[in-house]
Design a protein around this ligand. Sequence first.
Ligand SMILES: [Zn+2]
Length: 184
Amino acid sequence: MVERPRRPHTGRVRHLVLAPRRGHQGRGGRWAGRADARADPRPVRLRRRRRPVRTRRERERAIPRVACPYCCRPAALLHSQSRGYPYPANWGPAWKCATCDACIRCYAGSERPLGSLANAETREWRRRAHAALDAFWRDGGMSRSAAYRWMAKAMGLTKAEAHIGRMDPEACRQLIELIGRRER
Ligand SMILES: [Zn+2]
């Protein structure tokens, strides 16, 4: 048997599966019935396993799973015509936990939540924090993005975490206090 020269390993892991060769199961003769009767002396061909490919459209269409932070159960996605839709007008799709009366709106034109689900208390604190931060950058001659950068630094948050929509009442209180101290 001729052995082919081995290529040096490139370090890339390929997804390989063994492809059984047809027609080597029922061989008779000397090896029939023995444990290694199936051992084919020829090297087994390797076949590349296809990974499931998702197109961009499929990824965008995929509905995210959103959990309620209070009860940890999955929230329901409601549209303006659904029963129990939490808003007085069509504010786009919303995620809601009926048990905890918590909800969150979505980014425009998507079903991605703007932050975590909020109950009445959290909604009120987020509203106050938004009002305080908006006044802070408008009156302080600052850009909105600069205000968010300042907030992230002052509160020790990453850029991804620096959203009022992700804050709990305690963080909102802390933000309002920081703004008050800065303004004085
Ligand atoms: Zn809940």
